[in-house]
Design a protein around this ligand. Sequence first.
Ligand SMILES: *Cc1c(COP(=O)(O)O)cnc(C)c1O
Length: 378
Amino acid sequence: MNETATRVYAEIDLDAVRGNVRALRRRAPRSQVMAVVKADAYGHGAVPCARAALEAGATWLGTATPEEALALRAAGIDAPVMCWLWTPGGPWREAVEAGIDVSVSGMWALDEVRAAARAAGCTARVQLKADTGLGRNGCQPADWAELVGAAVAAQAEGTVSVTGVWSHFACADEPGHPSIALQLNAFRDMLAYAEKEGVAPEVRHIANSPATLTLPESHFDLVRCGLAVYGVSPAPELGTSEQLGLTPAMTLKASVALVKAVPAGHGVSYGHHHVTAQDTHLALIPAGYADGIPRHASGRGPVLLGGKRRTVAGRVAMDQFVVDLGADQVRVGEEAVIFGTGEHGEPTAEDWAEAAGTIAYEIVTRIGGRVPRVYRNG
Ligand SMILES: *Cc1c(COP(=O)(O)O)cnc(C)c1O
């Protein structure tokens, strides 16, 4: 691709992905690393990122949906893959036949996977998910005995092999939050019960990126890392990427589409929420909320342009936003860096999260399908 002719594009540094996986392995030296590549690897591209993560020593891949997991298999990736977000009538048989670990949080799901395994004539790899306090997916402690009992019975009939017992934290990004110790205790109890009943999981896991970075006692056999694989800090309280030893993999760049002189007192973009304070030049950046630039960052989002950090002037529109250059000038076609590693003075995804009142997870994940990904170090 001729990148200089590209309106807006996301450069993905696969060496950064590899380095981040190695950094996470050092943080959890006795555990395997699962690279979570759901939501198209948080906007970075599932297949290239999965391959890079495996090259750097990740031994598992995780997705939310079965379709995401099957897409990895269709791309020829045969590493262990787990997916956890199922609805009734989902592609259980396809997943079972593809050797994908499926997560089960309740009886309806276990019933469907047993039927699929019977139809396929093979044994389904099933991981039982415990709700240790998140209150989202997972099996409540009160329902655990029934689910474990049915899973053990399914193991005896040969339709199911319970390969994992797992859970997920609610507040791992707030170190010291009282729920963390409570969830760890609940996990140990639910795990001990399952093992007593005859479950012998290959992997026991609860840690996401923040827990991997801050809570060694949560590492168990495997850590499930998403955002940290892409080099982004899970929360400002945990430090910047650099402080965490991570390198952001995505740099979002655009070419200036227009530069023009406007007089003082000129309204800029929808609603005229910015009015020029002086005779000035405006630069048009051809990226908007359809590309994932958050409209909530109107008047606040940062961008590196012409060697300086500048701020979005007025509203972010669907396809474009404007920068007021003040006394400066830039050329049409000049590169604007919307976010990146921060190494060269550009803003980071964390900076955009702050400007938009959201989390960095959302900033990278929402970069839209209209934005080409350009891979470096593939
Ligand atoms: C998304 C997700 C992860 C990864 O979380 P990060 O904070 O990005 O590391 C792990 N486990 C589950 C269940 C998830 O949904």
